[in-house]
Write a protein that binds this ligand. Structure first.
Ligand SMILES: [Cu+2]
Length: 163
């Protein structure tokens, strides 16, 4: 029994030793920039004037890691439902949009969500999005997990100007 305990203790020491060898890549003094896996740039949403109950959100998502990540879910307390949308021309040159189940942000790259292209889509907006306010949104990534962002409401493209 005593021998078994000794073996266990050794195993623990070994495990600890292993862990500490992987740690120097994240020195405690440099916790700011290197720990940001996903960077959100300039998030905004279109206002919803006159009883409009849908809006679109735009932002740039930068992936600072060396692994592809995917945006897999969107939600907001200000919308009954939120989706990731893509716009594209159909065979009749008509702009169509379709929901995406996942949007890939390539390793070291970025995804642009902007008017006329990919965007976040909010349905069931009951309390209007008013210019100047911020809409809290939760983005869920396959690797990075949940990231909270605030979309600043602006005039301009509500949904790439169409809908
Ligand atoms: Cu849309």
């Amino acid at each position: 029994m005593k021998k078994l305990l000794a073996v266990c203790a050794l195993a623990l020491v070994a495990a600890c030793g292993q862990q500490s060898t992987t740690e120097p890549t994240v020195p405690p003094t440099e916790t700011q920039a290197p720990t940001i896996a996903i960077e959100i740039v300039e998030p905004w949403a279109g206002q919803t004037p006159g009883g409009v109950d849908v809006s679109a959100g735009y932002l740039t998502i930068r992936n600072r890691t060396e692994t592809d990540d995917q945006l897999i879910a969107v939600s907001s307390p200000r919308a009954a439902r939120a989706e990731i949308h893509e716009m594209s021309m159909d065979e009749n040159n008509v702009m169509r949009m379709r929901p995406l189940t996942a949007l890939t942000i390539p390793a070291g790259g970025e995804a642009l969500l902007q008017p006329g292209g990919q965007h976040l889509m909010f349905f069931g907006v009951t309390q209007p999005f008013t210019v100047g306010e911020e809409i809290p949104v939760q983005l869920t990534f396959a690797n990075a997990g949940v990231i909270d962002v605030n979309l600043q409401v602006r005039t301009g493209a509500m949904h790439g100007g169409d809908h």
